[in-house]
Design a protein around this ligand. Structure first.
Ligand SMILES: Cc1cc2nc3c(=O)[nH]c(=O)nc-3n(C[C@H](O)[C@H](O)[C@H](O)COP(=O)(O)OP(=O)(O)OC[C@H]3O[C@@H](n4cnc5c(N)ncnc54)[C@H](O)[C@@H]3O)c2cc1C
Ligand code: FES
Ligand code: FES
Length: 452
């Protein structure tokens, strides 16, 4: 396996399932810290640069849940690879603002911020989002934000006519070797082949803690990660990452997807985790699964040459039991390219970086004051991500009113089988689901002035 590690091309025969964090620390890159080893804290963050449309695009990724096979042909940058002869301006701002206390989280914050300065539309993006996947146990958040904003203001004054990486190198934010990476990456590109083995998309479910996967087959590198559309449908490749889906122009032209999906995990996880992994993992609370159930998605499944198309709602047969043959790939999702009302609600113990206790989504069209094509889904209230067929059917051809909404929520309540677990009691989840269904209607039909 070949990739670029900071300044050098690295060749290794380590297992493609080896966790990148463990590999880096073994190689002596101890600036990459280990905190949780499950994608939650950001201490292990590295930059991953890859060729996209012949340009290098960098993202901050948690190396603890990143299998080494996914960095093949890419550029891995640790905190050591960002060092200059003196502190770089982000590091210096952390010193000036007292943003580093014990210092354990600091490399992760510097890496996450550097990714932001390398990519973001600095005037319009929220810098807090860039560091939402980083936890500082010493609670130095105000000083960290002050340092980040200070650098942001400086980066804003750089020459905006130049490519950002070029401008950052010239202003001494990044080492000069970054300018040679594009050519070096072109030299080490490989053509991945589909072979037999365990499919790995983002790996954010498969590689939590120190799990190993025999014979991993990396789907994102095989071209299943595109989002495209034709006259009738928007197609989402199963290996498309959640952040690409959240920011997709096609989806945002129809729905408020950017805001709906901001509640899914954190930026580094969203950049890694895929919709296909979310669905095949079959967690009853998978956010993307619930979202696409309410969009009445079709899915394409591919086994060898044989392709079959089914409704996403028919994919789930029981707890983690799927209509999926051995070796069959979930290839893509498609939804009708049609404007609809869509609401997504999620209740979790924390606003961000948390999986749902209960989540729900609802979509419909309104024709002559009547609800049409209604689709209601919910998670955390049974063994599978639930499509509420009876409640959805009931809502069709009704005029929205408080009575209708209450009846729909009552019917949905007859379609669930929640259990007591760490996320709440069955009673609590039943109540939450009802409130989330009410919330969809309060949000989508403000003119009704419904109160419950
Ligand atoms: C810190 C953290 C926070 C998280 N927060 C959230 C959250 O807020 N909401 C949420 O819903 N989830 C969350 N998750 C869970 C996880 O990130 C998602 O479920 C994610 O979408 C899984 O996708 P993946 O590509 O990483 O899956 P992978 O780990 O790559 O794969 C999961 C399973 O699906 C199979 N698979 C993947 N793609 C395909 C395919 N195309 N065809 C056939 N089989 C396939 C794999 O073989 C594997 O069995 C979180 C995870 C972490 C670590
Ligand atoms: S060690 Fe915590 S996110 Fe990787
Ligand atoms: S400075 Fe100690 S964890 Fe952040």
């Amino acid at each position: 396996m070949k990739f670029i590690l900071n300044r050098e091309i690295m060749e290794t025969d380590a297992s493609p399932s080896f966790h990148t964090l463990d590999f880096l620390r073994k190689k002596g890159f101890k600036g990459v810290k280990e905190g949780c080893h499950e994608g939650d804290c950001g201490a292990c963050m590295v930059l991953i640069g890859e060729l996209t449309d012949d340009k290098v695009r960098y993202r901050a990724i948690n190396s603890c849940i990143l299998p080494l096979g996914k960095v093949e042909g890419k550029h891995v940058v640790t905190i050591e690879g960002l060092n200059l002869d003196e502190l770089n301006p982000v590091q210096q701002a952390f010193v000036d603002e007292g943003a580093s206390q014990c210092g354990y989280c600091t490399p992760g914050f510097i890496v996450a911020l550097m990714a932001y300065f390398m990519n973001a539309d600095l005037k319009n993006t929220d810098i807090v989002t860039a560091i939402e996947g980083n936890i500082c146990r010493c609670t130095g958040y105000n000083s960290i934000l002050r340092a980040a904003e200070k650098v942001n203001n400086k980066v804003l004054s750089l020459d905006s006519t130049k490519e950002r990486i070029q401008a950052l190198v010239e202003a001494n934010y990044l080492p000069t070797y970054f300018l040679q990476i594009e050519d070096k990456l072109k030299e080490i590109q490989i053509q991945p082949q589909l072979k037999k083995g365990i499919f790995v998309a983002g790996g954010t479910d498969l590689f939590v803690h120190r799990k190993f996967v025999d014979d991993p087959v990396f789907l994102s590198e095989l071209g299943y990660d595109k989002i495209w559309s034709d006259e009738e449908y928007i197609y989402v490749g199963a290996a498309a990452d959640i952040e690409s889906i959240r920011t997709s122009e096609d989806l945002n032209a129809l729905f408020d997807t950017a805001n709906h999906l901001i509640r899914v995990s954190s930026l580094p996880i969203r950049q890694q985790a895929t919709i296909g992994g979310n669905v095949v993992n079959a967690s009853p609370i998978g956010d993307l699964t619930i979202y696409f159930l309410a969009l009445d998605a079709d899915i394409s499944l591919l086994l060898g040459e044989n392709r079959r198309l089914i409704k996403l709602k028919d994919f789930f047969k029981g707890y983690k039991v799927l209509d999926l043959e051995e070796g069959e790939i979930l290839e893509w999702f498609r939804i009708k390219k049609k404007k609809r009302l869509l609401s997504f609600e999620k209740v979790a113990k924390r606003m961000h970086m948390d999986i749902a206790s209960v989540n729900s989504a609802f979509s419909c069209r309104i024709e002559l004051n009547h609800i049409k094509e209604s689709h209601l889904s919910g998670g955390g209230i049974g063994p599978i991500p639930k499509y509420f067929s009876k409640a959805s059917e009931y809502l069709n051809n009704k005029e929205p009113s408080v009575e209708v909404i209450k009846e729909a929520a009552r019917i949905a309540g007859t379609e669930i089988s929640p259990i007591d677990d760490v996320r709440g009691t069955a009673k609590y989840k039943t109540l939450l689901l009802r409130q989330l269904i009410y919330a969809h209607f309060v949000k989508l039909f403000p003119e009704l002035e419904v109160s419950f």
